[in-house]
Write a protein that binds this ligand. Structure first.
Ligand SMILES: [Zn+2]
Length: 84
C-alpha cells in the first residue's frame, strides 16, 4: 500500500499526480532521453519525483546496452559563438 505522504510534495506540500514524463539522463557524459517514464509531478511547483525502481530501470537499460526506440539529433550551441 502506498504511504500517504508519497502523494505530497516534500518541497511545497503540494499534491503529487502520477504522470508519464520525458526524462533526460546523462550516462558517461552522453545524453539519453527516456519517454513514457512513470513519475509523480507536483501540481503546485512542478517538481518531478521518480521512484528508485524507475531510476534503476533506466540505469539497467544503459548498462545492458538496450537498443533505443529512436535517435534524435540535438541542437548544440557553442556559447563562445553567441553574439552578445
Ligand atoms: Zn511542490
Amino acid at each position: 500500500m502506498p504511504s500517504q505522504n508519497k502523494s505530497i510534495c516534500p518541497e511545497c506540500q503540494g499534491k503529487l499526480t502520477r504522470k508519464e514524463i520525458t526524462h533526460d539522463v546523462r550516462f558517461h557524459g552522453q545524453l539519453h532521453t527516456f519517454y513514457e517514464v512513470p513519475a509523480r509531478v507536483c501540481d503546485s511547483c512542478g517538481a518531478v519525483y521518480l521512484d528508485a525502481a524507475v531510476l534503476k530501470s533506466m540505469e539497467m537499460a544503459f548498462k545492458k546496452h538496450y537498443q533505443p526506440q529512436e535517435y534524435q539529433k540535438v541542437p548544440m550551441f557553442s556559447y563562445s559563438q553567441l553574439a552578445v
